[in-house]
Design a protein around this ligand. Structure first.
Ligand code: NDP
Length: 254
């Protein structure tokens, strides 16, 4: 028995064209699943598709802006058309705007909430019928250390990532009877385009994270591959509604 075998399964990873999404897509692909990576930037997706191709699985890019309900629905229906099924959904697409709370416009607030939280709800809603029909499925939502902690520059981001944890619990209870497991992953500080911008904007962030993280380093996208393989596979069939930190110990240390 191989608890992690995903041969014949099909996974959608939003924002899988780079960063943490690609690290998670690689973990799921290494277990044998076909992968659809979704995002807005087709050019960036090309190198991601090459990386996934090297793992010997089928992979394709579907352009989608996940803040739009119609795009979320089209993403799922195009995946089902291309591969015949949808078994795994990773709601990873995300963004941040870093400012003090008093400086945010209403549009900026909605942009962050729509990209990080509403998108995950809309994609989950879109994927549910296909998973129910297939007799089960796996949904993986991406939270953050900001699901647990606050920061002065991250009000809408923290609200969206706290919301991810509670949405995960609610969906897990709603769809447990359909054999759909819904879990969240809370990455620590991971070296990606998103945090390269953060390091430019937040003074001394790089060294603060190194000092504050018990393992003494930033994470890399590949650090997210294992948890994705676990939560996408039958190894996690009795795990649902939880939020797993993958953070080098960040959330356990003062
Ligand atoms: P990146 O900026 O590298 O990746 C974000 C991805 O989201 C991109 O691939 C982007 O693709 C996609 N995306 C953004 N907006 C949209 C949209 N409207 N529609 C479709 N896709 C979209 O950042 P990370 O890899 O760091 O972040 C991935 C997730 O991990 C996010 O949810 C982030 O909040 C979370 N996270 C990151 C941490 C870190 O330290 N890096 C820590 C904790 C959580 P495209 O531009 O093509 O649309």
């Amino acid at each position: 028995m191989n608890l992690f075998d995903l041969t014949g399964k099909v996974a959608i990873v939003t924002g899988g064209n780079g960063g943490i999404g690609l690290g998670m897509a690689e973990g799921i692909a290494s277990c044998g699943a076909s992968i659809v990576i979704a995002g807005r930037n087709a050019e960036k997706a090309q190198s991601a598709l090459q990386a996934l191709g090297k793992l010997g699985v089928q992979a394709r890019f579907i352009r989608a802006d996940v803040t739009r309900k119609a795009d979320c629905q089209a993403l799922v229906s195009q995946t089902a058309e291309a591969f015949g099924r949808v078994d795994i959904l990773v709601n990873n697409a995300g963004t941040s705007i870093r400012k003090m709370p008093q400086e945010f416009t209403e549009e900026e607030w909605h942009h962050v909430l729509d990209t990080n939280l509403t998108s995950a709800f809309l994609c989950s809603q879109a994927a549910y019928p296909a998973m129910k029909q297939a007799g089960g499925g796996k949904m993986i939502n991406i939270g953050s250390m900001m699901s647990l902690f606050g920061a002065p520059f991250a009000t809408p981001y923290a609200a969206s990532k706290g919301g991810i944890v509670q949405m995960t619990r609610a969906l897990a209870t709603a769809w447990a009877g359909d054999n759909i497991q819904v879990n969240a992953v809370l990455p620590g500080w991971i070296d990606t385009e998103l945090t390269q911008r953060a390091r430019e904007q937040v003074n001394e962030l790089h060294t603060h994270v190194e000092r504050r993280t018990p393992v003494g380093r930033w994470g890399v996208p590949r650090d997210m591959s294992g948890v994705a393989a676990f939560l996408a596979s039958s190894a996690s069939d009795f795990v649902t509604g939880t939020a797993i930190p993958v953070d080098g110990g960040f959330s356990t240390a003062i």
